[in-house]
Ligand binder design. Structure first.
Ligand code: ZN
Length: 136
């Protein structure tokens, strides 16, 4: 897609700090990192989200994510890592081209400091379970 920033990076029209590249997958440093070493892994072909990526492309992406994650860990000596993949605006997706965030983490770095889990109302978990299960 010509108006997609990540497609333009794939095509070399926009420069990037490429960490890894093969025929299907590209990984590069995020220019606005949560922490130094924050990288992205994207499929070279334009797909929008987890909802439209094919299995083969997804498998290639996650294998590269693992490989790059190990390199980031050694490279920046991080103490942890978040692997995040956002889908649509409600989930924080800003670029409509599937991407996996590899975010190196350090103790007390201020990112994702809470996980506001909420217990189900009585009976609600089974209802939600059934609503999801019938679609698998
Ligand atoms: Zn794209």
């Amino acid at each position: 897609m010509s108006d997609c920033i990540f497609c333009q990076i794939v095509e070399g029209k926009i420069p990037s700090s490429k960490l890894y590249e093969d025929d299907a997958v590209l990984s590069f440093l995020d220019i606005n990192p949560i922490n130094p070493g924050h990288a992205l892994v994207i499929p070279k072909k334009h797909v929008t989200s987890i909802f439209d990526i094919d299995d083969e492309t997804l498998q290639k992406c996650i294998v590269v994510a693992s490989r790059v994650a190990r390199a980031i860990k050694k490279g920046v000596k991080c103490e942890g890592m978040n692997v995040l993949q956002n889908n649509f605006r409600a989930a924080g997706q800003l670029i409509d081209h599937f991407h996996i965030h590899l975010i190196p983490r350090f103790e007390n770095d201020g990112f994702l400091t809470s996980w506001p889990g909420k217990p189900y109302e009585p009976g609600k978990m089974e209802e939600i379970y059934n609503a999801i299960k019938q679609n698998l």
